[in-house]
Design a protein around this ligand. Structure first.
Ligand code: 5AD
Ligand code: SF4
Length: 591
């Protein structure tokens, strides 16, 4: 039998067998997607509800007010987080036939970048509020959710392979248990949409990056044996009021999402299509989360977003005046300058004042949005780490143009010099792509020379992977053979390592402030931490002076700042001798 389908404001219900389509389900669908009630759909819901027009009127009268449906669509004002143990609104209008009787155990698996880790934390926060339990054991799970990545083809291939394994698990599941449900979340869900449901009949739920609030409903639909999808992108969803449950094993550091989406449209990149338009989380809710993390003893916060330094909070009227922020010299954008809003420098200023003993980092920025105020602030505040990720992507102006990055090699290098002059000792990192469309050997050599000139401390280097929908897919030829891409990738890696080793060697003989993370994985008699530039530092786990006179000697703990004299360096790690414990403010005087 052909599955019966219905698309509702981005939500598609795929029926394996014709079944009564409940009115409550239709209402929830419209509400959760933030769309106005569509009369056609409405009538259809009434028809299918089984109780006729009268029953429909009764349900409407006892249902939630219109505001309920609009809540998700309005720009988040001030953050008011529910406590972890708070229940979601009792959704009395959601038929009992769609609600799980016993708490279901959910297993979450994350692929890709730190944004996806954050999405996993948001997802878990939403499901926890809806009564789900979490398990770290796959075999115990009633629901398996994969938070997916689409950035390169290889990432998707890994997920398809995993999916095959999971669907086999689903088929073998004992009939004494509730059927296993599988959900695909995030970028791959957004990119492939309902195609996933068509291709993998065993997948029950597909939810894009802006649809996580809808997950309890989508899973309730899945409980009835139907497939459900919501892949609507939003213009304002930032999950500002959802307190992510930090799942990182490190108790010393945390990530705080400040914005979502990207408007840059680099020609190779799928992100603007999977994560949608740029939007910023209101500053008040960011500050609240940072304060909470500080109260919990977290010592390092990384502000997270696809384009963190394009941050522009327009949630309060007083932020709206003001001219567009100037771009870095020699940089341009594909979009019109955006006026008004509280900008990144102002956010950094406020965040850094929450707790002067908490380190603040940010990733990932775009080189175009670096006004001088940002560097000035980073120079002045000891807790703003002198570390900047400055994705170059290529060292060839010709390739940068084809990539639509909005800068030349020269403009990029000028920015690097300006940053180095403004922030002596700054640690720089980059993303680079090997073998982009039309890249010649001469272009590749330009990237090698960029690596030699800049001497990054950290670099992420990828072979170009053609992505559908992108401008490069439509307009350019993926003409660099894969073996050439791999060869160029290897060459870039080798040059990067050589340069990073010598950049790190410059630290030998200097004293650095290290935030202790815990025991070294290689040797339990060593501790591992990170310096201001985010480079790993290993040192012996011995008693050290506590900094408050005789008798204060003790071993350092995770979350302590320790002064370490650097003795040796490799391309990835520094080694040193611990001198004594310190604070950020104290060490600012002499490091
Ligand atoms: N192929 C290879 N690398 C890519 N990146 C983004 N899109 C692609 C692609 N299609 C890289 C860029 C970006 C990083 C997150 O991933 O370097 O900065
Ligand atoms: Fe992709 Fe470019 Fe946006 Fe980064 S800035 S997410 S590379 S489109």
């Amino acid at each position: 039998m052909q599955p019966w389908q219905c698309i509702l404001g981005g939500t598609r219900l795929l029926r394996r067998r014709p079944a009564g389509w409940t009115l409550p389900l239709a209402l929830r669908t419209l509400g959760s997607t933030g769309h106005s009630l569509d009369s056609g759909t409405h009538t259809e819901g009434a028809k299918q509800s089984g109780g006729g027009l009268e029953a429909f009127r009764v349900k409407l009268a006892t249902g939630p007010p219109m505001q309920h449906f609009l809540r998700g669509a309005a720009p988040a004002q001030e953050s008011h987080r529910l406590p972890d143990d708070a229940k979601e609104d009792a959704a009395h209008y959601l038929g009992t036939d769609t609600v799980a009787e016993a708490p279901r155990k959910v297993y979450l698996e994350t692929y890709g970048c730190q944004m996806n880790v954050n999405d996993t934390e948001i997802t878990w926060s939403i499901l926890q509020r809806s009564g789900y339990l979490r398990t770290s054991r796959l075999e115990e799970a009633d629901v398996i959710l994969l938070v997916t990545c689409s950035i390169r083809e290889k990432a998707e291939r890994t997920i398809w392979n995993r999916l095959r394994h999971l669907t086999a698990l689903k088929s073998k599941r004992s009939s004494a248990l509730v059927p296993l449900r599988i959900g695909i979340l995030g970028c791959m869900a957004e990119r492939l949409k309902e195609k996933i449901l068509d291709q993998e009949k065993m997948v029950d739920v597909v939810a894009g990056p802006d649809a996580y609030r809808d997950l309890p409903r989508l899973l309730a639909v899945a409980e009835t044996g139907q497939q459900a999808a919501n892949v609507l992108l939003s213009l304002d969803e930032t999950y500002a009021d959802v307190l992510p449950v930090q799942t990182s094993t490190s108790s010393t550091s945390a990530f705080v999402s400040i914005m979502r989406g990207c408007d840059n449209m680099c020609s190779y990149c799928i992100v603007p299509f999977t994560r949608g338009r740029e939007r910023s989380r209101p500053v008040a809710s960011i500050l609240q989360e940072v304060q909470l993390l500080s109260d919990q003893g977290v010592k390092e916060v990384t502000l997270l977003g696809q384009n963190v330094n394009s941050y522009r909070d327009t949630s309060e009227v007083q932020f709206l005046s003001g001219a567009p922020a100037p771009l870095s010299r020699g940089f341009s954008t594909v979009y019109k300058p955006k006026a008004g809003g509280l900008r990144f420098a102002a956010l950094l200023d406020r965040v850094s004042l929450v707790d002067p003993e908490m380190r603040i980092r940010f990733t990932s920025p775009h080189p175009k949005d670096f006004p001088d105020e940002v560097f000035q602030l980073m120079r002045e505040r000891p807790n703003l780490c002198k570390q900047i990720h400055l994705p170059a992507q290529s060292g060839s102006t010709r390739v940068l143009e084809a990539m639509r990055r909005g800068y030349t090699r020269e403009a990029y290098l000028e920015l690097v010099h300006h940053i180095r002059a403004s922030l002596p000792g700054v640690s720089l990192s980059s993303d680079l792509i090997a073998g982009f469309c039309g890249e010649t050997e001469a272009d590749h050599q330009q990237t090698i020379s960029l690596l030699r000139q800049v001497r990054y401390n950290v670099a992420f280097i990828f072979a170009y992977s053609m992505r559908q929908k992108t401008r490069a897919f439509h307009r350019l030829q993926d003409d660099v053979p894969s073996e050439v891409k791999v060869q160029r990738l290897k060459e870039l890696m080798a040059v990067f390592r050589e340069e990073a080793a010598s950049a790190n060697a410059a630290a030998v003989g200097h004293t650095q402030v290290v935030l202790v993370e815990g025991p070294s994985r290689r040797s339990p008699s060593d501790l591992c931490g990170r310096n201001d530039g985010n480079i790993k530092v290993i040192f012996p786990d011995v008693e050290i002076d506590g900094g408050s006179g005789p008798g204060s000697a003790a071993k350092a703990k995770p979350g302590d700042y320790v002064l370490v004299e650097i003795c040796s360096a490799s391309s990835q790690t520094l080694r040193g001798i611990p001198l004594r414990r310190t604070t950020l403010r104290e060490s600012a005087a002499f490091c």
